[in-house]
Design a binder for this molecule. Structure first.
Ligand SMILES: [Zn+2]
Length: 483
């Protein structure tokens, strides 16, 4: 039996802040006891000391928190003739460096093929390579009678959430009838429908017109995906979900008008949820306008938006009031310049923004960025930080309480964060397989010093102690967050 004691820290969960020590046995939390309480707690501390063979980690002056749960990543996703530059090995190792101990990635169904074959392909890519535990969502790009049956099979396998696209006509897009049929199925079998909510048909018209006008720079990626295209699609998805009686989780929200749609649906008592990502909380048109094609770094969909229009404030407010429930990354990196094996990536779109691969890096930076922006800057409290980065994502996608909290019996996926440090973000400190960060030079408070995955030390003393294959596949139950 392996034992570890995390001593002297302040344990933070979504509901508690307590000066307590955490005892881990064989990868799970087995005791949490308050310091200075004397009595039984004191006896327990002494008993643990007497057992011996306990690895002690000193967390004095630091926060002991659940490892991050990032429910939206795209390792080695094929997009626009290339692949996301992080594979499951490099991407999950970078996640560990950044304090994320669970990811949920997306298996992709290819049009004309079964969902199961897409699922098996993605499982093979991840098998034996991940640094942290991982689950899978399924991207549904071809709804038909067979697909609908396969949804039941996947749920039985622990893949309980299905992403559909109202954007990208001809590639991942599903029309309204297909979306509605998938929702009807989800209302029967308990699946969660995840929606990329943008009106891709209208966006394609705007993109074509922009290119004809010679508007080819990265900024036009956002200009041609105006807030109304997100808000309209969000409204429509909510209407269909309500009619079908299915839960709906709107991914990567960036427009305040779309957040208002989710808020209105929630006020009516619907199982409608919203996710946002650090890029929408921190980045905007000023980034897309950086000269010399540098704006391509920030091209993702939904797009980063005009700072002056109040979207960022609305997103932070949505997180504070629980109109938005989750912060994920949509991690999908492409190199600005040549990648050693993948070649030219973002520069595919030089002179034509429609050819810039959509996506940016983030899996390593989410926890730090959110801690800084939420807690250090005072926008959210410590408990809410844990809730939106770990606890709710775990509940939303059926991993709670194994993941997303520090409780008796939970996996010992734990981070130790030192709030008293400041550092400067830079690509030089990062471990993602990509040649830039969107946050170069940004000063942030707090550092994640220790990362445990099921009680194993992955990060300590500025070094990575894990290896590929440490992470295991996580079959998930259906959502635990429904009304
Ligand atoms: Zn995505």
């Amino acid at each position: 039996m392996s034992r570890m004691l995390i001593k002297g820290g302040t344990v933070v969960t979504a509901t508690e802040i307590m000066d307590a020590d955490v005892l881990i046995e064989d990868g799970a939390v087995v005791a949490i006891y308050a310091r200075g309480a004397g009595g039984v707690a004191g006896d327990l501390a002494r008993a643990v000391a007497e057992i011996g063979a306990v690895t002690v980690i000193d967390a004095a002056g630091k926060y002991v928190m659940p490892g991050g749960v990032d429910v939206h990543t795209h390792m080695e996703l094929p997009f626009g003739g290339t692949y996301a530059s992080d594979d499951f090995e490099s991407g999950t190792r970078a996640a560990a460096w950044g304090g994320t101990t669970t990811i949920i990635d997306f298996a992709v169904q290819t049009i004309g093929e079964s969902m199961m074959s897409g699922y098996e392909q993605w499982m093979a890519k991840a098998e034996g390579r991940c640094a942290v535990d991982y689950g899978m969502h399924m991207i549904v790009s071809d709804v038909n009678d067979q697909t609908l049956k396969e949804m039941d099979t996947l749920i039985a396998d622990g893949v309980t959430s299905f992403k559909l696209f109202m954007a990208y006509p001809g590639v991942l897009y599903s029309d309204d009838g297909k979306i509605f049929r998938a929702m009807q199925k989800a209302s029967e079998n308990g699946g969660m429908i995840m929606m990329h909510a943008e009106n891709g048909i209208v966006i394609d018209v705007l993109r074509e017109q922009a290119i004809l006008r010679g508007q080819t720079d990265p900024i036009y990626h956002s200009v041609t995906r105006p807030p109304v295209t997100e808000a309209e699609a969000t409204h429509r998805a909510i209407a269909y979900a309500e009619l079908a009686g299915a839960p709906l989780y709107v991914v990567h929200m960036s427009a305040k008008e779309a957040v208002a749609e989710v808020a209105a649906a929630r006020d009516r008592g619907l199982n409608v949820f919203g996710e946002t990502c650090p890029q929408y909380l921190y980045l905007g048109w000023n980034n897309l306008r950086e000269p010399d094609f540098e704006g391509a770094k920030y091209v993702c969909s939904t797009p980063v938006r005009n700072w002056d229009d109040g979207h960022q404030d609305a997103l932070w407010q949505g997180l504070a009031t629980n109109d938005l429930q989750v912060v994920s990354t949509d991690h999908c990196p492409f190199c600005m310049n040549d990648h050693p094996t993948l070649g030219t990536q973002k520069r595919l779109g030089e002179g034509d923004f429609t050819k810039i691969p959509n996506g940016l890096p983030g899996v390593e930076e989410r926890m730090q960025l959110l801690y800084d922006g939420a807690v250090a800057e005072g926008r959210l409290n410590l408990n809410r930080f844990v809730e939106v980065t770990a606890t709710t994502p775990a509940k939303m996608f059926g991993l709670y309480p194994r993941k997303g909290t520090i409780a008796i019996g939970s996996d010992a996926d734990i981070i130790i964060l030192d709030p008293d440090t400041t550092r400067t973000m830079s690509v030089e400190h990062n471990h993602m397989d990509v040649d830039y960060t969107c946050y170069e030079g940004k000063e942030i408070h707090g550092s994640i010093d220790v990362v445990l995955s099921r009680g194993r030390v992955l990060i300590e003393g500025g070094e990575y102690h894990g290896s590929p294959g440490d992470g295991a596949f996580l079959p998930r139950s259906t959502s635990q967050y429904l009304l």
